[in-house]
Design a protein around this ligand. Structure first.
Ligand SMILES: O=P(O)(O)O[C@H]1O[C@H](CO)[C@@H](O)[C@H]1O
Ligand SMILES: O=c1cc[nH]c(=O)[nH]1
Length: 294
């Protein structure tokens, strides 16, 4: 018989809800949209036909509701893969741990987890306000080395090519890579640029931005832009995708990341109305998600 998971490891609050997200299993839908900015949650749920629950704890805001007969939750993650560690583990617990017995359920549920975020483009031909869907997340943030993650031979080949084409300063990162869910990616082709998304442990030096702090890796942007393996290239930078894809692999969920490009780092441009572009992404993607027969 499976031992219950201890109170210090699987933490429930006085409402019987999971520690950071403050959600109970019945309050989460099987299709989950993640956004970084807590204010973006309402910008998504305003498209719902019905909102049945609103939950908030720290930066984690969740709205659960329906578009037609499709039940969806939208959850804010805040910034960075340290938060993704919390959100993905707690979403998985909501789906796959029995909150009464504290045991893993015998039949596991695969969630669909779709990030709608913002990002910086690394190719001159990806315009600001354009949309990128991440074929892969390549993490420079060091979250996934703390887990056992299996890679496919194709993922290993991409990672090896990355390590030889983008030599990092020793000790700065242990890159990892995971692909998007095959079940989700094909729905987001028309109108989307597709490529590898690099997930960074910061917005400034880890994305090659120098204000006053001197960069230890000044060639980063140039090397990422030039990376090629067969028809694979790096499209963009952000701060969550690889963590979502990697933990999705570890925990058995189907994940996809979509970004509105707010900065083009090669052309040195920033969107004049990023908020409008994000609104457009939300409308487009919800239309696709609502129509997906999943
Ligand atoms: O707009 P969101 O979804 O937060 O995504 C991007 O924006 C934040 C940085 O400004 C990081 O979280 C990055 O991944
Ligand atoms: O350049 C950018 C823009 C949005 N988010 C990022 O992480 N980087």
């Amino acid at each position: 018989m499976q031992a219950p998971i201890a109170a210090s490891e699987f933490i429930l609050n006085s409402r019987g809800a999971v520690y950071h997200l403050d959600l109970r299993p019945e309050e989460l839908a099987p299709t989950v949209i993640t956004v970084g900015d807590p204010d973006r949650v309402e910008q998504v749920s305003r498209h719902f036909d019905k909102v049945e629950g609103i939950f908030r704890h720290r930066e984690f805001v969740t709205h659960t509701g329906y578009i037609g007969s499709k039940r969806l939750s939208v959850v804010s993650t805040g910034i960075g893969t340290d938060n993704i560690d919390i959100v993905l583990n707690e979403l998985d617990a909501l789906a796959n741990i029995d909150f009464t017995t504290r045991q893993v359920k015998p039949a596991l549920t695969r969630l669909q987890i779709i990030r709608l975020g913002t990002s910086g483009a690394l190719q001159a031909d990806i315009p600001v306000d354009g949309l990128v869907v991440s074929s892969h997340g390549l993490g420079l943030d060091n979250l996934l080395p703390w887990y056992e993650m299996e890679s496919t031979p194709a993922e290993t080949a991409l990672l090896e090519a990355f390590s030889s084409q983008v030599p990092l300063r020793p000790g700065s990162a242990r890159p990892y890579l995971a692909a998007a869910a095959d079940s989700l990616l094909p729905h987001f082709r028309e109108g989307f640029h597709t490529g590898i998304t690099v997930t960074c442990p910061g917005f400034y030096a880890p994305q090659g931005r120098a204000l006053r702090g001197k960069l230890s890796h000044p060639a980063l942007l140039e090397q990422l832009t030039a990376f090629r393996l067969e028809d694979h290239h790096i499209t963009n930078f952000e701060m969550e995708t690889a963590g979502i894809y990697g933990l999705g692999r570890v925990l058995g969920h189907d994940c996809l990341s979509i970004s509105t490009i707010v900065a083009n780092r090669i052309r040195q441009e920033f969107s004049k109305d990023g908020a409008a572009a994000v609104q457009k992404m939300i409308g487009t993607c919800l239309g696709i998600i609502a129509g997906m027969n999943y």
